[in-house]
Design a protein. Sequence first.
Length: 317
Amino acid sequence: MKALIRRLLAAIPTVLIASLVIFGLQSLIPGGPGAALVGPDATPEAMDAINQRLGLNNPFFVRYWDWLWSALQGDLGRSYRTQQPVIELIGQRLEPTLQIAVVALIIAVVVGGTIGMWSAIRSDRLDGRILLALSGAGLAVPNFWMAALSVGFFGLYLAVLPVGGFVSMQDGFQGNIRSILMPSIILSVHSSVLIGLQLRGSMIATLRSTHVRTARAVGLPPRTIYFNYALRASLSPVITYLPLVFASLVGASTVVETVFNIPGLGLAIVQAINSRDYPTLQGIVLALVLAVVVLNVVADAVLIIVDPRLRHRMEAN
């Protein structure tokens, strides 16, 4: 427990640096909120008046400190575009993105774990090499192309799944599953391959280790060796990798939610960039950074349970 608390405290500087980067990157977006709010024909006087009202004429670090201090109090500001509190907007947009990302993560873990384990066990066989090659091909296909192809085939040609939109869980379980199934599967493809490759490399090394060779020498069944010895000992790098996978899924949701017109955080990020809505963009990205930090601590806790060696090292420290 002390080790986890230390890890959480050590993440505070990371969050502060990330918040500075998030706030600073807004200056790289061409144009400004004034042009987006008033229009391209706005006079310099009108632009200056809007910048003054929004506090954008203040020095960079003054604006950063005001934003950070408000964020520490739970106030992420208001959207320039809709005047809605950003924290309220995140709450409204969270459900679709969270559901799609969680379902995609589950699919990626199951499919990627199967690919990684099978290709590791059969690494010197033809079927294992074919599976590895097919996985590489899946990694090369862009998300937007798969999304567009799926809409055309499953949504329009077969008409078995909706082509877009989102149905909340409160409005019907079946409709909810149908609306997130295709985006989740598409979102999970790249992560499945990456998890599979991560597990494959770790498991091949474990299968060549002394304790696995000893288990084979004493005559233990292959199923016991693969699941109880090799797989469990190979999970540590995969578990450590999962928070980054989840963050990448949320990031990739910008493409999927745009194609399927799903009102989630990904689509909100795209809309915020297009309208130069800095508070919305900063608030959503900061929330994602905090989520990754928390997930890393959760991953450490799971590692302590799964890997007794790590638990003993932490207890010694």
